[in-house]
Design a protein around this ligand. Structure first.
Ligand code: F0G
Length: 460
């Protein structure tokens, strides 16, 4: 007999150790937030109950990864953990050559310096903060070629990470293919809300770039999560494993930068991987200048071992179903409370639409920054602004005014429980109830680069 009972997502692991958390009072949180200049990045983690600042480096490692840490070969050169990592990167992702780096931005720095010349254009499916900054510092200019749907939080299109090929074609016609350094493609587009790109779109992009002799560089930070959405939503992929889909995505691009602190389930680490020998040669030279020898790139042997094991775990179907399942569970709860969130729910967090949540606070009074501060005050849940503060300034000094003004509730992997998800939704709903009384902020200190990390605010 067919049953109507839905099968719930559940974790393919159990707990072996727990980390105790400190509970705080409203008065303590108010004090902590004021001391932090209303910037959740400047809070002490001790003062945070549920930490949704980022999914970066915050995952819980498995017993196997911890065992791998004990197998660290801490040699300056030629550590066996490097060779293990190299094997895993080649076999799981399929790229040819590997250069380890301390984290994603280390790889972005090196690759941008190699591939971008002054005056070059770097088209991409929405900017990411560190990625774009390295492209700009290398002399390039980022151009957004993501589909318009990605800028509309209410649009339910399942692949809002897709590239609008007509936007790319316009740039190629205007500047010539030689001026395009490469096309910068992120899987599971972070700033759009963790929205996936489809394989159909990627194949079309591959065909187009091949015709024009343009490289595709893949920001593969959350590629397994993107692959899961392809498996769930794209025609003809329902029966493919996440592992197979990941490999297919990578095969359509020429190289990648990776922040292994996300998908790959480690607390620190990253790499650059590429199919072209000459680019690899140059990267291997440069890594020595900026990161460390080409067989450790700023990492300990044990870090590389944990990364190699984490990569294998990250493409397991049961793992990724539970990971994204938990995020979707929180999204459904938020929607039930009427909280405006980016739809469809993305892979690594819930992105609350601050413009809709606090329509009386203009972007110039930092709508999302304000909301992140209020959520912390309510319950000690720490979230992150992804709006005008994160967008920063153009090279000419003007503010970027991004269409999306969001607060990101980022879910670390394998860390929090379903009851934590309930607390998060309930707390946000309580702030939503008193939203009309909330006032905006003014910025009183602005750092030059990546200002969202260290900027300070006061209540208006
Ligand atoms: N690319 C993407 C898509 C990212 O999300 C990040 C980091 C990076 C590159 C840079 O990697 O931090 O290892 O140097 N994102 C973190 C976040 C910081 O919170 O979204 P990194």
């Amino acid at each position: 007999m067919a049953t109507k009972i839905k099968r719930s997502w559940a974790e393919p692991y159990k707990m072996k150790m727990v980390e105790l958390l400190k509970m705080t009072t409203p008065a303590q949180r108010k004090k902590a937030l004021t001391a932090a200049g209303y910037n959740t990045f400047l809070l002490k983690s001790e003062d945070v109950y549920i930490d949704l600042l980022t999914d970066s480096g915050t995952s819980a490692m498995s017993d196997r990864q911890w065992a791998g840490m004990m197998m660290g070969d801490e040699a300056y050169a030629g550590s066996k953990n490097f060779y293990h990592l190299e094997d895993v990167v080649k076999s799981v992702y399929g790229y040819k050559y590997l250069v380890p780096t301390h984290q994603g931005r280390g790889a972005e720095n090196i690759l941008s310096k190699i591939l971008i010349k002054k005056g070059n254009i770097v088209p991409g499916n929405m900017y990411f903060t560190t990625t774009r900054l390295h492209q700009e510092l290398a002399g390039g200019r980022f151009e957004d070629i993501i589909i318009d749907e990605a800028h509309d939080p209410d649009n339910e299109f399942p692949f809002k990470g897709n590239v609008d090929l007509s936007k790319l074609d316009k740039l190629v016609k205007k500047y010539g293919a030689k001026k395009i350094a490469y096309v910068s493609i992120a899987t599971s587009v972070n700033m759009a809300g963790g929205q996936p790109i489809s394989l159909k779109n990627l194949k079309e992009l591959r065909a187009y770039t091949k015709k024009h002799g343009i490289l595709i560089i893949h920001d593969m930070t959350r590629v397994a999560e993107n692959a899961y959405f392809i498996q769930q939503k794209e025609k003809d992929y329902g029966n493919k494993s996440v592992k197979a889909i990941v490999k297919e995505i990578c095969s359509l691009t020429d190289g990648a930068t990776m922040s292994a602190k996300k998908d790959a389930l480690v607390n620190i680490g990253g790499f650059l991987t590429i199919n072209d020998w000459n680019i690899f040669e140059e990267a291997r030279n440069m890594v020595v200048v900026y990161e460390g020898l080409h067989t450790y790139g700023g990492l300990a042997g044990r870090d590389m071992e944990a990364m190699a094991i984490g990569i294998k775990e990250s493409v397991d179907d049961d793992h990724i179903r539970a990971r994204v399942g938990q995020v979707i569970y929180l999204g459904e709860k938020m929607k039930d409370y009427g909280i405006p969130i980016v739809r469809p729910t993305g892979s690594h967090g819930i992105f609350v639409d601050a413009k809709k949540f606090l329509p009386h606070i203009p972007q110039t009074a930092y709508t999302a920054q304000t909301l992140a501060a209020e959520v912390y005050l309510d319950s000690g849940v720490r979230t992150m602004e992804r709006g005008i503060v994160s967008a920063g300034r153009k090279p000419n000094g003007e503010n970027y005014f991004p269409k999306l003004e969001l607060v990101r509730f980022t879910i670390p992997r394998r860390v929090y429980t379903q009851a934590h998800m309930d607390v998060i939704a309930e707390s946000t709903a309580r702030v939503f109830e008193r939203r009309h009384q909330i006032k905006g902020l003014k910025m009183v200190y602005e750092p030059k680069y990546l200002r969202f990390f260290q900027a300070r605010f006061e209540k208006l």
